[in-house]
Unconditional design. Structure first.
Length: 269
């Protein structure tokens, strides 16, 4: 059920790979068609892609502007994966229309390159959405809590549930913990489960205390059986289950308050 490609220590989410592939195809096709038309289409394609990238980010930031106002610098921290695909595509095409109007020789190569990239991106995104996260519902796995109790993961069913696979040695895991702690406090109708991977109770407890974090449902998984079960090799990985216990979204990588809110919105009310 992995939502990313693992290349050694590097974890590449499939949506990111799809965006990169679409951009490379658009640039390559723009170069080829531009040679036939004796026009510098590759540069125009590059500018269109940059316009789309910037507007995609700004569209997402505007949608969740209330969550970014408190920390404006987080707007440029694109590690959270916050993008608005329709706005980005619209921005790229608007730039293409403008460029082709100023230089008619660009029309065919620029439109052709963007059409190919758009088709791949939209088609691939649709296939990923239809495919969905490939994995089971909340599994019947049992873990120890920090208090020494045995907790069955399936018992969290009946309410929307967020399961965070994390470790204290993981920098993005540490960065996103305050965001998850705040969401747990503000969203009591959602179960938040913090499933530590591979570390001892004393170490986890000491780290939480040193960071001033007060979390509910901190569970321990020393053999990393959850990572094996969900086929996840990179951290943090956050899994979103609806109230029926069905897996509806997976985020591989760091969450911000905005990207967390976006994914929580996909859970059934």
């Amino acid at each position: 059920m992995s939502g990313a490609l693992q290349l050694g220590p590097l974890l590449l989410p499939f949506p990111l790979l799809l965006v990169v592939a679409s951009a490379l195809i658009a640039l390559a096709l723009g170069r080829w068609l531009g040679r036939e038309a004796a026009a510098d289409a590759e540069r125009a394609v590059w500018r269109a892609l940059m316009a789309g990238l910037v507007l995609s980010r700004l569209g997402f930031v505007y949608e969740y502007r209330s969550l970014y106002l408190g920390a404006p610098l987080s707007i440029i921290d694109i590690r959270d994966g916050g993008w608005n695909l329709p706005v980005g595509l619209a921005g790229a095409w608007l730039y293409a229309l403008h460029a082709a109007r100023r230089s008619p020789s660009l029309r065919r190569p620029l439109y052709g390159a963007l059409a190919a990239g758009t088709a791949l991106l939209v088609g691939g995104t649709s296939l990923l959405a239809l495919r969905g996260p490939q994995g089971p519902a909340l599994p019947d796995l049992t873990f120890a809590s920090l208090e020494g109790e045995r907790v069955r993961l399936r018992d969290f069913g009946g309410r929307p549930t967020v399961v965070n696979l994390w470790a204290t040695w993981c920098p993005p895991c540490r960065r996103e913990m305050p965001v998850l702690q705040q969401a747990q406090a503000e969203r009591p109708e959602v179960n938040f489960v913090f499933l530590n991977q591979g570390e001892a109770a004393a170490h986890v407890r000491g780290w939480l205390q040193s960071e001033g974090l007060t979390l509910k449902n901190v569970l321990l998984d020393p053999p990393r059986q959850a990572s094996a079960y969900f086929r996840q090799q990179g951290y943090p990985t956050t899994l979103f289950f609806d109230r029926q216990g069905r897996l509806v979204a997976v985020r591989v990588g760091e969450l911000s308050a905005a990207t967390l809110a976006q994914r929580l919105g996909r859970l059934s009310p």
